[in-house]
Design a protein around this ligand. Sequence first.
Ligand code: FAD
Length: 392
Amino acid sequence: MKPDLFQAPDYYNIDELLNDEHRLVRDAAREWVKREVSPIIEDYAQRAEFPKQIINGLAEIGAFGPYIPAEYGGAGLDQISYGLIMQEIERGDSGVRSTASVQSSLVMYPIWKYGNEEQRQRFLPKLASGEWMGSFGLTEPDHGSDPAGMTTNFKDKGDHYLLNGAKMWISNAPFCQVAVVWAKNEEGRIHGLIVERGMEGFSTPETHNKWSLRASATGELIFDNVKVPKEHLLPNKSGLGAPLGCLDSARYGIAWGAIGAAMDCYDTALRYSKERMQFGKPIGQFQLQQKKLAEMITEITKAQLLAWRLGVMRENGTATSAQISMAKRNNVEMAITIAREARQILGGMGITGEYSIMRHSMNLESVITYEGTHDIHLLITGLDITGLNAFK
Ligand SMILES: Cc1cc2nc3c(=O)[nH]c(=O)nc-3n(C[C@H](O)[C@H](O)[C@H](O)COP(=O)(O)OP(=O)(O)OC[C@H]3O[C@@H](n4cnc5c(N)ncnc54)[C@H](O)[C@@H]3O)c2cc1C
């Protein structure tokens, strides 16, 4: 793979909207990605393997629980810093960002928000340091966009719960120590349970043959009469709103992360267009290539403003789930379109692992589907503006 020459575009001087802490956090993450992720990521993606040696570094840049208070091992940062960390990590690879998103928003967040003090003290510091990795089990083989239909269930057996069922498409599953699992009790109410590796009847087979997010490990969570101690139930929130609250946080991170992938594709294509000569000129001199590049930077700039404004609203507690859906949907589509256009600017070279674009393009096919598909987010906006529910 070519050396990482990334120079972040900032056409509207978004830097002026950031404070010193935001810039420090962002720059540290950017340098770390350049040093630790870029040189190895193509190789790991080609081999379909998650690079476990970067876990400590991810913890050090605050990628595990950026906004979780320091007393629980988190970085205690604000929502904009969280977004910027996700942007920088996904600039390197969406699979690595997925690992960090799951750990932070889908595992640490529910333990912090819905767990009791004992659960927070026991699990959060180890998750923040990366000593333990976590996964989040919501999706099932027969229930993806419609998680309310889940069949994974637990029964009260007096001194423990008995958990049965299966989850599919679970990021980090093959190596997770801890899984936050959503299951129905005997009354059909959804609750979160913390399941630990080693509990009898719990297995996590890996999902192979992915053409997307190859550097992120994906698998199943299978529960065959797993005895879960009662103190592993998250006591402070139940119902579908509990997992959806986690998804709000993760989707917000994706809205920023997608900008990183788009920036990397744009920056690569811009540099290539100035170096690659055809018909005696750099291809960047042809109007058709300029149109592609000009549209890319326009869309990246709009996406940056959307994410920044959403971050301000998240920070002051006013962002709605529907507003988060809009940003996730818009920014991921923006990134996938840019990846496809950038790939074309590189011609044949664009399909190789010499450059990052094809990997980003394939990765974004998952990002546009997980955490709510492109269609589902549109229906959420539709419901929000009309008051009419297209899901029913
Ligand atoms: C690499 C990867 C990692 C993932 N990681 C996790 C994870 O860590 N934890 C987890 O719980 N899940 C995870 N997922 C699962 C992901 O969230 C689901 O794939 C996603 O929610 C879609 O579900 P589905 O694949 O079952 O598609 P389906 O729900 O079957 O949808 C298929 C198609 O039908 C459309 N559709 C569905 N309902 C409607 C409707 N009402 N109106 C119009 N169109 C509709 C969808 O938009 C889609 O185009 C991951 C998925 C992938 C690919």
